[in-house]
Design a protein around this ligand. Structure first.
Ligand code: SF4
Length: 562
């Protein structure tokens, strides 16, 4: 188990390359370099005694530089040592000041304390620290920040803030290594993942997680039941609450920031899934259903929920109350099993809040567009506005290979209706473990969905980037258009496919419509013509006025001359 005293471990001790646990060869020896974005620099905006990261995009044509929210974390750090421990002094100071044993941001918020984490988030989101504190205190937002993950840069998940996205990584029993997962983590946060879930299920779960946590600038979530199942040799019947609590402590000591816990899968709800098209599709849900039926007992995660709360509050791990009975197909959307579980999640939210444990609620899954709003309305009502965190939803089942798209459509809608965080889906969904390219495709699809939701919600400032990019596009500042985009590399590559010459970057057309039919160029000419006509009309008017008044003027002059 990782060393820890509640202050973060000491992996960054600088004694050579080997400070994180090794299994065989150096797992990160051949990691591909993560390139920065073109024309961008990482800048720390200093305010309120804090340094908040942004990515500054430099533009041409006399346009001011444009700052964007940046999740990529400190760059150029040796992964063997892990990232700097940004929050360690804050955590130490709080514990020294008077530790009650409850270390959650919600606990501090409810006692009227504005933590440095809350101030950091306020700067990141351009709101007041008091607003952040109030949203956390009332449970409408969470700030996932395990005291043993001091490397994380504070962020917030709540319906009144920017919509966030989560990327899943993690090896399976079948494929991938620690190095590949560290690479996926760094890759996902480069493209904008706000949190990352480590869903590792194979060997070396503990070590993989350690490497991920020490190198993660964003909160890390896990599904602890996966590791429990490994510990009992893959037989769900052998699971029990003591093993579960031990595993929670092990992971909380390492610094996991939120746990998906399927405590809402109650024995009585399992029969509701009998006639479903796709049964139970959540891995955690199916494991707990198997346990409940094998023992014919109520889910121990439900009956022992308060014991779980005791662990959560000691480390400030947030609940992500799992939707183990989420629909796995359009046919099963909003059915009795799903909604019965949601009601139980509302009940558990009250218990978590009694302990000041930060809580968000997981949601579906597969839902057609006309049934999406009902999901949000019910969740808000039953879970008292605790942040909603949904997987997609996929709005149709017919496009395996493109489920980043089927789900981003649902994600954009559900985000607009008030979902706080969207869990990405990659093109490999239903088909295989995502690789690096799939991670990028999933993150970009979800950045689009989240931003579209921010726009629709009228989030202050959300439209500024759209306006800056559109202006660059209309003024044929091609490089600026690429640089302001979510994926500059792809935008530039597509442009270069047909017009690779450097001169084309100054051209007033592209190969889509061609020079004669470029509507934006024609508009430019229309405007020039209109302006010219206005000038001409203006001159004509002046001339007319001159002629009219000229007499007088001329007469006046005459007078003067004579
Ligand atoms: S050619 Fe068409 S697509 Fe290309 S810049 Fe002009 S209007 Fe836009």
């Amino acid at each position: 188990m990782a060393s820890s005293n509640g202050n973060g471990n000491d992996s960054g001790n600088g004694n050579g390359k080997r400070s994180l646990p090794q299994i065989g060869a150096d797992p990160v020896a051949n990691l591909p370099a993560i390139e920065g974005f073109p024309a961008s620099e990482k800048v720390y905006v200093e305010a309120d005694g804090l340094k908040v990261p942004v990515r500054r995009i430099h533009l041409s044509g006399g346009e001011p530089a444009f700052d964007v929210y940046d999740t990529s974390g400190p760059q150029g750090v040796d992964p063997h040592h892990g990232l700097p421990k940004l929050r360690k002094p804050w955590i130490d100071a709080r514990l020294a000041e008077g530790d009650t044993g409850n270390r959650t941001q919600m606990h501090y918020a409810r006692r009227g304390i504005i933590t440095p984490e809350m101030r950091f988030v306020a700067l990141r989101e351009s709101v007041t620290p008091e607003f952040v504190r109030d949203e956390i205190a009332r449970g409408r937002a969470i700030l996932p920040a395990n005291i043993n993950h001091p490397e994380s840069e504070p962020m917030i998940i709540g319906s009144k803030f920017l919509v966030k996205i989560n990327a899943n990584i993690g090896n399976s029993a079948v494929t991938s290594t620690i190095g590949e997962e560290v690479d996926k983590l760094r890759w996902a946060v480069k493209w904008g993942a706000d949190t990352v879930m480590d869903l590792s299920t194979g060997k070396n779960i503990h070590e993989t997680r350690e490497w991920i946590l020490r190198n993660s600038p964003v909160p890390i979530g896990t599904v602890p039941i996966y590791q429990c199942l490994e510990k009992v040799g893959g037989d769900p019947e052998k699971l029990n609450i003591d093993l579960f609590i031990d595993t929670l402590i092990e992971q909380a000591e390492q610094g996991v920031d939120y746990f998906t816990i399927h405590a809402g899968v109650r024995l009585a709800y399992i029969p509701y899934t009998a006639n479903r098209t796709t049964g139970i599709v959540s891995r955690g849900g199916s494991i707990m259903a198997k346990w409940c039926l094998a023992h014919h007992k109520e889910n121990f995660l439900y009956t022992e929920f308060e014991r779980i709360c005791e662990v959560m509050k000691k480390y400030d791990v947030a609940f992500s109350l799992g939707d183990g009975l989420r629909p796995g197909s359009i046919a099963d959307a909003n059915d009795r099993a799903q909604l019965a579980e949601l009601e139980t999640l509302g009940e558990l939210t009250d218990i978590a809040w009694k302990h000041d444990v930060q809580t968000m609620i997981e949601g579906p899954g597969h839902v057609p567009m006309h049934k999406i709003k009902e999901n949000v309305d019910l969740q808000m009502k039953l879970c008292k506005e605790a942040p909603f965190y949904t997987l997609g939803p996929l709005v149709t089942d017919i496009a395996p290979g493109y489920d980043h798209i089927t789900s981003a459509i649902g994600a954009a809608m559900i985000g607009w209706f008030g979902t706080a965080m969207l869990c990405y889906v990659t093109p490999k969904e239903h088909l295989g473990l995502p690789n690096r390219d799939d991670v990028k495709a999933g993150v970009i699809a979800y950045k689009i969905a989240a931003h579209a939701a921010d726009l629709a919600k009228g989030h202050p400032g959300a439209q500024r980037r759209d306006d800056a990019l559109s202006k660059a596009r209309f003024e044929f500042r091609w490089q600026d258009q690429f640089h302001l985009s979510l994926d500059p590399d792809t935008a530039k590559d597509f442009h270069d496919e047909t017009l690779p010459a450097p001169a084309a970057k100054g051209a007033h057309f592209c190969s889509m419509c061609g020079p004669k039919f470029c509507s934006m160029r024609i508009t430019e000419e229309v405007r020039e013509l209109a302006a010219k006509q206005e000038v001409e009309a203006g001159l004509a008017q002046k001339a007319a006025e001159f002629r009219e008044g000229g007499q007088r003027l001329y007469a006046g002059s005459d007078d003067h001359h004579h």
